[in-house]
Design a protein around this ligand. Structure first.
Ligand code: ADP
Ligand code: MG
Ligand code: MG
Length: 513
């Protein structure tokens, strides 16, 4: 990280400086949709029965320092990561090998796999898949854990419901605005030069990805108007993040999108004879639309499937002719187990998917050590590390889940495993903690200002549209592949989790040093 000149960044603010900065930040945030629905702890439902209130999204007051080299590296390898995960999603046999280890001990993964098999039996009618991915990283400093080299290390790769692309564009604009109106004290300006701030174009870029799928779907088969369907959770506090994408899809690409709560899927959609997906908006029952693309912002967590009807809904959507973002196989490719298998030292897996050695070695350099908890040699070794309080304190234990709040950290691992039946251990992976350099910043969350040590997590978005076909001249063709902007999330260094929606972090932008 940068030299001595940044040691006092960000500077302490006088009460007047803090007041001006906060007022500017709060007003800009609401005026530009850098917002979330208020937390239930913040506004009781009876205080907002009409659901009209919004609150500023948790943000950092200052853009956090981030090493320029690591930032550029993360952005530059995104297309390779897109290629890697699209190739995995296309390789059913390989994925089957991974999933088979999990199905008996992880019901959720098992049901996803069953969904795929059920569609396969009838035959997939849509050959294209869309990924709106996000690869997450932290900068590792090797003083703490010398077994892993320092630099940019991947936390995880998200293949479903990668969030905050909408708010990320806004927070980088906010920080740039605060700089341009002199809301930052003079002592910070030497660090926050306009050139050091990075604008994230994730909103437009992800919307363009949806538009590309929409277009690739082709013309209507039913003579109806075409649309994109956002399948969402309800209620959704992070709705504006999603709305930014929807509005960019409409305003910049002319593509109409609708929001459909996942649990209402079977009420408002149906399959035509050739499995064309039709959506009937509840406000206009006499008009139905033909769905080109399903964008899942729900369905990634077991809580989204309280009853069998939600599994029926997922199957119904997967069966359809609409392009899925993501398909069930792409969703499964995002399992932490896949990441662990790829990171196995000297394994042939990476080369299988990324034949170009240069490209593969750049991706490999971002892997942190990850181990299975199975009966392999590496697994036995990892089980020992995980059961000992001293060694366990360098690790995080992860199940095959998304959305934050699922991991077990450091010293909590041995007692957790003690209670877990041995049979279930292989459903988890053991990952070395990435130890980022110490930084400070101030976070405004739920109206409270917290200043102190923070940890930053860089997410890089990627758009990829590909063919799943395995034979013929177009087999495995990648139609679109681009890096789609970035997200910086910053959390207090006392919290192990970093999820903004899960209640731990704030959205941030990069000040490159
Ligand atoms: P999820 O899919 O639920 O977001 P993650 O793998 O991203 O799961 O873990 C959640 C959070 O835990 C991350 O955002 C990060 O703050 C922290 N975390 C996960 N893995 C590591 C790691 N290896 N080193 C440090 N922190 C980690
Ligand atoms: Mg995730
Ligand atoms: Mg994560």
């Amino acid at each position: 990280m940068g030299g001595d000149s940044h040691d006092s960044y960000p500077p302490e603010l006088s009460p007047e400086e803090a007041d001006f900065l906060l007022t500017s930040l709060k007003d800009w945030s609401i005026a530009h949709g850098l917002a979330v629905r208020p937390a239930p702890s913040f506004v009781q439902p009876n205080q907002d029965p009409a659901g009209v209130l919004a609150a500023t999204a948790p943000v950092t007051l200052f853009p956090s320092l981030f090493p320029r080299k690591c930032f550029e590296e993360g952005l530059s390898i995104q297309t390779a990561y897109n290629e890697l995960y699209s190739a995995i999603a296309r390789d059913e046999d390989w994925l089957k090998g991974i999933v088979e280890e999990l199905i008996d001990i992880d019901d959720f993964v098992g049901k996803l796999w069953q969904t795929h098999l059920a569609v396969k039996k009838e035959g997939y009618v849509q050959d294209l898949s869309l990924g709106l991915f996000r690869s997450d990283y932290m900068v590792h400093t090797d003083q703490a854990s010398p077994s892993s080299s320092s630099g940019l290390k991947q936390v995880e790769f998200n293949t479903i419901a990668s969030s905050f692309g909408g708010l990320s564009s806004q927070v980088s604009r906010l920080h740039n605005y605060l700089l341009s109106i002199d809301a930052y004290p003079a002592s910070a300006i030497s660090t926050i030069k306009a050139e050091a701030l990075r604008q994230s174009n994730s909103t437009s870029s992800l919307a363009q990805g949806l538009a590309a799928a929409h277009k690739a779907y082709g013309s209507s088969r039913t003579g109806r108007a075409l649309c994109v369907l956002f399948v969402v959770q309800d209620p959704e506090r992070n709705v504006f993040d999603q709305r930014h994408l929807e509005y960019a899809l409409f305003e910049e690409n002319g593509v109409r999108a609708f929001r459909l709560p996942f649990e209402q899927t079977l009420l408002h959609t149906k399959l035509d004879t050739d499995r064309t997906l039709l959506y009937t908006p509840p406000n206009s029952p006499s008009t139905s639309y033909e769905v080109t693309t399903i964008y899942f912002r729900a369905g990634y967590s077991p809580e989204d499937y309280p009853e069998t009807k939600e599994w029926d809904a997922r199957l119904h959507l997967e069966k359809s002719r609409a392009i899925k973002c993501p398909s069930v196989l792409t969703h499964l490719a995002g399992c932490k187990k896949v990441q662990q298998v790829l990171a196995t030292p000297h394994s042939p897996h990476l080369k299988r998917f990324l034949p170009n050695d240069d490209v593969a070695s750049k991706v490999l350099a971002t892997f942190a050590p990850i181990y299975p908890l199975d009966d392999s040699e590496a697994g036995k070794e990892a089980k020992k590390l995980a059961q000992d309080v001293n060694s366990a304190s360098r690790y995080v234990l992860k199940p095959q889940r998304e959305g934050g709040g699922n991991n077990v950290y450091r010293k909590a691992i041995p007692p957790f495993l003690e209670k877990l039946p041995h049979k279930h251990w292989p459903a988890y992976i053991l990952m070395e903690m990435i130890e980022p350099p110490p930084l400070t910043n101030a976070i405004l969350r739920n109206g409270e200002l917290q200043r102190g040590g923070v940890i930053g997590e860089l997410g890089v978005y990627g758009v990829c549209l590909w063919r799943n076909e395995t034979e013929g001249k177009d087999a495995g063709q990648i139609l679109e592949n681009w890096e789609a902007g970035y997200l910086l999330r910053t959390k207090g260094d006392q919290s192990e989790e970093g999820g903004v929606a899960a209640g731990f972090g704030a959205v941030d932008s990069c000040c490159l040093v």
